[in-house]
Ligand binder design. Structure first.
Ligand code: ARG
Length: 256
């Protein structure tokens, strides 16, 4: 009798420990084809977002694991709970806010058009009639569609931004609409190519990245507090300097 009680106790303790262990670690998802925010270096995911996430999680005292789940899967994965958080240069939009929660903003962005010398593009309106590449389901797609119209046959959708940029390099498409820092990174990584960048403040508005969470996530408050601390205590500026080679405008970010 005593022995079986002991066994029962042991079994339930093991079950409890297993349950706790599984729930302790935060699972974070990303799409690691968006340098300099997240990309693969061999097996490792590296980038601004990766370092910022590490700083925020350390500040929050949370254990986490970062998984390269891909862009499209981020959204259903947050909904079904297979990931708890997503960091992936994700723009906070009104549409997404209907279905998800976001932390406070951590990066200001806008769109750029990348193309090779010889293609005549001076502003976003010149995208009309060009073969354009965008990553599916991104604000780059929506920005391009606002110029050339939805389901325009000249608008090619790519699973990743890296693939869209590769198609541009190969000459399969004439322009890519993507986030400013990603376009600049492409220029930097292809110094011998004549890559041109054009911005268009009239057509491409400022947007802000946030960490994305399931609607009503309990993590929001903790992550917001940790993110604000990291922005205020200089850690953010250190990471920004590492990846962008300049100082961030922390003041204006904190006012967002
Ligand atoms: N900022 C854009 C958006 O939210 C593009 C983000 C793409 N990120 C990525 N890791 N592929 O739609």
């Amino acid at each position: 009798m005593r022995k079986s009680l002991l066994v029962l106790l042991l079994v339930s303790m093991v079950a409890l420990l297993a349950a706790c262990g599984g729930g302790d670690k935060i699972i974070v998802g990303t799409d690691a084809a968006f340098a300099p925010f997240e990309s693969l270096d061999g097996e490792d995911i590296v980038g601004f977002d990766v370092d910022l996430l590490a700083a925020v999680m350390e500040e929050a005292g949370l254990e986490y694991e970062l998984n390269n789940v891909g862009w499209d899967p981020i959204f259903p994965s947050l909904k079904n709970g297979s990931i708890d958080v997503a960091i992936s240069g994700i723009t906070i939009t009104e549409e997404r806010k209907q279905e998800f929660d976001f932390t406070r903003p951590y990066f200001e962005s806008t769109h750029m058009i990348a193309f090779y010398e010889g293609t005549d593009i001076q502003s976003a309106n010149d995208l009309e009639g060009k073969i354009i590449g965008v990553q599916t389901g991104t604000t780059g797609q929506f920005a391009a569609e606002s110029i050339v119209g939805e389901s325009n046959p000249n608008l090619q959708l790519f699973e990743t931004t890296a693939l869209a940029l590769a198609a541009l390099k190969q000459g399969n498409i004439e322009a890519v609409v993507t986030d400013i820092a990603v376009a600049s990174e492409f220029v930097k990584n292809n110094p011998n190519d004549n890559v041109q960048l054009v911005s268009d403040a009239e057509n491409f508005e400022a947007e802000y990245y946030g960490l994305m969470l399931a609607d009503g996530s309990e993590l929001k408050e903790t992550l917001d507090t940790a993110l604000s601390t990291v922005i205020e205590n200089g850690k953010y500026a250190e990471i920004f300097q590492k990846w962008f080679g300049t100082s961030p405008d922390v003041e204006s970010l904190l006012n967002q």
